[in-house]
Design a protein around this ligand. Structure first.
Ligand SMILES: C[S@@+](CC[C@H](N)C(=O)[O-])C[C@H]1O[C@@H](n2cnc3c(N)ncnc32)[C@H](O)[C@@H]1O
Length: 183
């Protein structure tokens, strides 16, 4: 998808998309840095957009790993359908439905949740559901990697996770904070 199409789609749904540009390569690099790709992984990606992070994840994940992507926006979903990769399952549903799909696919352990859903601009109830379901799914062994454009959600994230590492990159149109959270 061309950057201009991403911008148009974002402007139509700014609260849902949360930014007007796809993640830069600098943001993507920081989002995938905490992941140990040397083992078979199950990763959930929340808010795949046009696939900036998705494509890098697929490139790095071993052939027996699995990436399950949730994207609510129809246009982005259609764009992502063009990625033909056996490791990826693409779902045009809200991240709140994660648990239902894990049950359907009989997946019991998730190693990482890589999320760029705009937790600050989504309705509060939705944000709460996504965070509480994520922490439950990850248990003691998994990690949430969450992209944010401000530090306003720090307190909220700290109420779900006892360990939080924050990385920052100014190399994007907005300052980007990358949170790695685990218990
Ligand atoms: C900030 S954009 C990030 C897009 C892409 N991952 C990137 O880094 O360029 C957030 C994405 O989350 C999607 N989104 C918003 N709410 C969602 C939800 N509840 N479940 C799944 N995706 C959602 C939006 O449609 C948008 O594509």
């Amino acid at each position: 998808m061309k950057k201009i199409q991403f911008i148009k789609e974002s402007l139509k749904n700014i609260k849902e998309v949360g930014t007007i540009f796809p993640s830069s390569k600098f943001v993507v690099a920081k989002m995938i840095a905490p992941i140990n790709f040397g083992e078979k992984l199950t990763i959930l990606e929340l808010g795949t957009g046009s696939g900036a992070i998705t494509k890098k994840l697929l490139e790095k994940m071993s052939s027996d790993s699995q990436l399950i992507c949730f994207e609510t926006n129809k246009k982005f979903y259609q764009e992502l359908q063009q990625i033909n990769n056996e490791k990826m399952i693409l779902i045009n549903e809200s991240a709140e439905k994660m648990k239902l799909y894990l049950k359907e696919f009989k997946i019991e352990k998730v190693d990482y949740i890589v999320s760029s859903v705009p937790l600050l601009t989504l309705p509060k109830e939705k944000t709460h559901k996504i965070l509480s379901i994520s922490v439950e799914i990850l248990g003691k062994s998994g990690k949430l990697i969450q992209l944010q454009y401000s530090k306003l959600l720090d307190k909220r994230l700290k109420s779900y996770y006892s360990n939080i590492d924050i990385q920052f990159t100014p190399r994007y149109y907005l300052p980007a904070f990358i949170y790695t959270c685990y218990n």
